[in-house]
Design a protein around this ligand. Sequence first.
Ligand SMILES: [Ca+2]
Ligand SMILES: [Ca+2]
Length: 240
Amino acid sequence: MISRIRSVALLLLVAAAAAIPSARAQLYLTGNIYGAFQDPGLPHTTVTNGPVVSTFESGDPYRPYPPYNDTKTSITFTGASFTDLGSGDPLVLQSIKFKNGITLLGTTATNATLDLFVNVSNLGISDLKVTTLTFDIDNTDNSGVSDIPDLFKIGYSPLAEFTYGDYLVKFTIDFSDPAWVTDGVGIPEGKKGLTGDIYVTMSFTPIPEPSTYAIAGAALLGGVVLLRRFKKGSVAAHTA
Ligand SMILES: [Ca+2]
Ligand SMILES: [Ca+2]
């Protein structure tokens, strides 16, 4: 009888220990990330959003004499897919590409906004907004001087988080050249500029499920109570 109680007690303690690690099974993410520019509804401004490549173009090209300039200011974002991404593994996005168009003063947007979305196909998550990227463009006046570079600067809104099963999934974003988000980068008139790599990272934090810990707690308590009874019983057996 005593050994049976001891067995049940130990079984309950093992159950308590086993209940906790089961909440921390591995999680890997597969899917894709894409961007969609918001259309500001401005003249001389065109937004083209594709499943992978999205482009924002703005400005009326300055065309004083042949060969005519036809450059517009543009921003091109290219999405990416990912497979079996683990917690903390960076998803590397290609550069965001900029073009500083030589445009008539006052015809070019001073900012652009791009919503960044993720599909996590293996979790059944679609079109989850990760953050909103903002692009500030200063369009400095070139009058009297042929080239005064325009300054392009990137900002982003607080990044999303979501819960999936036992996990809290949080996003972070980093730039290989942080100048794009700190001071901005000047691009000469008529030239292109690249941000360098952009890293989007998803980190998974296990969440203790109340039910899991209730089971663990109940089993632990049961085990301790039975062990105490067993000890009392064994002492009584010696003094009888
Ligand atoms: Ca310009
Ligand atoms: Ca300029």
